[in-house]
Design a protein around this ligand. Structure first.
Ligand SMILES: Nc1nc2c(c(=O)[nH]1)N[C@H]1C(S)=C(S)[C@@H](COP(=O)(O)O)O[C@H]1N2
Ligand SMILES: [Mo]
Length: 306
């Protein structure tokens, strides 16, 4: 655990939902009056029925305790090392079995997509969790824009490869670039978003600026950061952690308290931070999103397809 969490924080150090909501209203009000200076939010996003009522973690927690191996393996390293990353200009190459393949500038990727705030539970395979107020849009909107061909059964994603800025890409701690994948029905589920910000502001670099995937019913490592390539493919794509250790990390990686990691239990989780709801709690199936996603896996043995 990083130093930050060794000294207990005060209740006032976290951002309870009520304060957060007030802050958003303040921001909206300031924007309406034309007062929105650079210190205020740049992103307007609609609320969503998919958001949890759980209190979000503080901005400090979300941006200070990260997994982003391109910038180091210790939780406090990305906050420092990722500041080097150049995120403008940014483009995503979209290819494979699509009607309109091409290299899309970030502005083109965002064009026509409705940004929403999605306050999601986020559960890492390492058995810690947070609640994050993401800003993003449904991946389905982007896939429909580029046109999915009938033969496409999976979507694969890749992170930027840039060792000059991503200092750990010079070392073979993972097989670079970081890559992830989803089945097409998972990719099209309305819970699956491409996130461009959090807490009403642009995505912090350590959280995967300028655009990253968020799949809230799967372990956090599926939510690939700083995406530069998306391919629609017919076969199940290679994914980083599965390539690294297929015994420990499957392709699906659905949050499942009944299937333990070979080296630790997945039955419970440690909520990061020291807010009212911090501490250990039971992990729900599909991270609590079963109503939305359980049907995707009917007929599958999730102990085998872990
Ligand atoms: N490119 C890339 N994406 C990544 C990772 C990574 O190391 N590199 N780590 C994953 C893991 S293990 C987790 S838990 C989440 C962490 O996201 P957060 O730092 O925004 O909480 O990012 C995921 N996406
Ligand atoms: Mo993770």
């Amino acid at each position: 655990m990083p130093w930050r969490y060794k000294s207990p924080m005060n209740w006032s150090d976290v951002t309870p939902r009520a304060d957060f909501v007030n802050r958003r209203q303040l921001i909206a009000g300031a924007a309406a009056l034309g007062l929105g200076g650079p210190a205020f939010a740049k992103i307007a996003a609609a609320p969503s029925k998919y958001s949890t009522d759980a209190a979000p973690n503080s901005l400090e927690e979300i941006t200070g305790y990260n997994n982003f191996y391109e910038f180091g393996t210790r939780k406090e390293e990305p906050a420092v090392n990722a500041q080097k990353l150049t995120t403008d200009p940014w483009a995503i190459e979209i290819g494979g079995l699509v009607e309109r393949p091409g290299t899309y500038d970030l502005a083109d990727v965002l064009a026509g997509q409705a940004l929403e705030e999605r306050i999601y539970r986020f559960r890492c395979v390492e058995a810690w969790s947070m609640v994050v107020p993401w800003i993003g849009f449904e991946l389905a909107g982007l896939l429909n824009k580029v046109g999915v061909q009938p033969g496409a059964k999976f979507v694969s994603f890749e992170t930027l490869m840039r060792p000059e800025e991503m200092i750990w890409q010079d070392y073979p701690i993972l097989e670079w670039p970081y890559r992830e994948g989803l089945r097409i029905d998972e990719a099209m589920n309305p819970l699956t978003i491409m996130a461009t910000g959090l807490y009403g502001e642009e995505m912090p670099k350590q959280n995967g600026a300028p655009i990253r995937l968020v799949v809230p019913w799967k372990y956090g490592f599926k939510s690939i950061k700083s995406v530069v390539r998306i391919d629609l493919v017919a076969e199940q794509p290679k994914t980083t952690w599965n390539m690294m250790n297929p015994q420990e990390y499957g392709f699906f990686c659905n949050v499942n308290p009944t299937v333990d990691h070979p080296r630790w239990s997945q039955a419970s989780e440690r909520r990061i931070g020291s807010g009212l709801f911090a501490g250990r709690q039971d992990t729900p199936m599909f991270n609590g999103y079963g109503d939305e996603v359980a049907a995707l896996y009917s007929g599958q043995d999730l102990a085998k397809d872990f």
